[in-house]
Unconditional design. Structure first.
Length: 433
């Protein structure tokens, strides 16, 4: 261990990427052997392509961000590998598409790393990012495609793109820039009401308008999971910027009111809450997904059935849990990797969040600190909500598991988040040396 820690940062990163490649190769081979009871070259080819894509990203970091954190990229590699293996286990065709999206995501990762080596360039674009986020959500409402009651996707050239995933990042950039500029006046009360210090409305109004508009648009799209995520990001960033519990209390109060309103205007919210509280009376109906998720997790036991050997597919070849490759991929992981593997995945997200917050504490300017904090919260809270949903700790939200779930927009957007964190880390580490 001491010899490993003495390695240069990029060499440490390379060693951990090699470990991710071993996991990828072994997982693909295990699934293939379980399927065909024979060895095949296709898993090795898939692992080689995976290694090539991550190798290119590693080379780009050596060239453009040599002092950036050495652990963020390997953590994403292990998460992406586990997701790719389980998606291949469900449907090899879906795994092929996911592999292409991972490659595209890593391409975007490199592009962001090159374009924003000086992360301060983003601060001057804060209002542009905020406006683009609202426009993306508005475009989804106007020309988007409705699937399962939610209008989340825009169809372009035969592909379905989820603009909300990218709007999330743009809103974090806006909040980081705006809060860095106005944090002092937001923290200092302009007047007191019932003994509580209230900031001047003219300073808080742009923040309320843009964040509120984004939330209203997300509710109009019937994307309540993303609304919850955005609300949590905004609340946490405001608290980090001001340190005032007033905003936390007010935010939680607004959340409670919004939840009550959602129960009245969105029937599926009540359905999800009923299924969360007691799925068993209707486990063959509206609560079928969550009930099957609990059974699937329980069937995995402590050590799991092994890659390719879990009870995931029915007799007709479809997944027992509907949309297992997206909303319930964590249940599949728990079934085949057991409690130990499922806990390891949670630990990977905790490590990723820790690295994100560590980057935030190392940054020497307010914008970078707030941006890194917001991005870390975005990944960590999204993972918490989706894992909590499939184990019945929380109601289901429809969010995807970052880097793991099937879906091009989610994968590429999360790689952009990873790249921004490394851009912040590069500047922070360069300033310290």
């Amino acid at each position: 261990m001491s010899a490993y820690l003495r390695l240069p940062e990029r060499n440490r990163e390379l060693a951990l990427l090699a470990l991710a490649l071993v996991i990828t190769t072994a997982g693909f081979a295990a699934v293939q052997i379980a399927r065909a009871e024979a060895f095949a070259w296709s898993p090795l080819i898939a692992a080689a392509l995976f290694a090539l894509a991550y190798g290119a990203a590693h080379v780009a970091l050596r060239l453009y961000l040599p002092d950036a954190d050495p652990y963020v990229l390997p953590i994403t590699a292990v998460l992406a590998a586990i997701g790719l293996i389980e998606i291949h286990r469900i449907d090899p065709d879906l795994a092929r598409d996911q592999g292409l999206w991972i490659a595209l995501g890593l391409g975007l990762f490199v592009a962001v790393a090159v374009a924003f080596r000086d992360i301060r360039r983003l601060e001057s674009l804060r209002y542009t990012c905020g406006a683009l986020a609202v426009l993306l959500l508005l475009a989804t409402i106007v020309v988007g495609t409705e699937v399962n009651g939610a209008r989340l996707w825009i169809r372009v050239a035969g592909l379905q793109i989820q603009p909300g995933e990218f709007a999330k990042i743009l809103l974090v950039v806006f909040l980081a820039g705006y809060l860095r500029e106005r944090r002092e006046v937001l923290a200092a009360p302009a007047r007191r009401v019932l003994g509580i210090g209230i900031p001047a409305l003219r300073h808080a109004l742009p923040l309320l308008i843009l964040t509120g508009a984004a939330l209203v648009l997300l509710v109009a799209m019937n994307d309540l999971g993303s609304s919850l995520l955005l609300f949590a990001i905004a609340l946490s960033m405001v608290y980090v910027a001001t340190g005032r519990l007033l905003y936390v209390g007010a935010g939680l109060g607004l959340f409670a009111l919004g939840g009550l309103a959602a129960l009245q205007i969105a029937p599926q919210v009540q359905t999800r809450i009923d299924g969360w509280l007691d799925p068993w009376p209707d486990e063959q109906g509206s609560a079928y997904q969550i009930a099957q998720s609990i059974y699937t997790i329980a069937d995995g036991g402590v050590a799991g059935a092994g890659f390719g050997r879990g009870l995931i597919l029915g007799a007709n070849g479809d997944t027992i849990i509907p949309y297992a490759e997206t909303d319930f991929i964590y249940s599949v992981i728990a079934n085949e990797m057991g409690l130990l593997g499922a806990a390891a995945v949670v630990l990977l997200y905790l490590l990723l969040a820790w690295r994100g917050f560590r980057i935030a504490t190392q940054a020497d300017d307010g914008f970078s600190k707030l941006l890194a904090s917001g991005l870390a919260v975005a990944v960590a809270f999204q993972a918490f909500v989706i894992v909590g949903g499939v184990v019945r700790l929380l109601p289901l939200t429809g969010l995807t598991l970052p880097f793991v779930s099937y879906g091009g927009s989610s994968v590429t957007a999360n790689f952009a988040i990873a790249a921004l964190l490394l851009c912040i880390s590069q500047r922070a580490n360069r300033e310290r040396t």
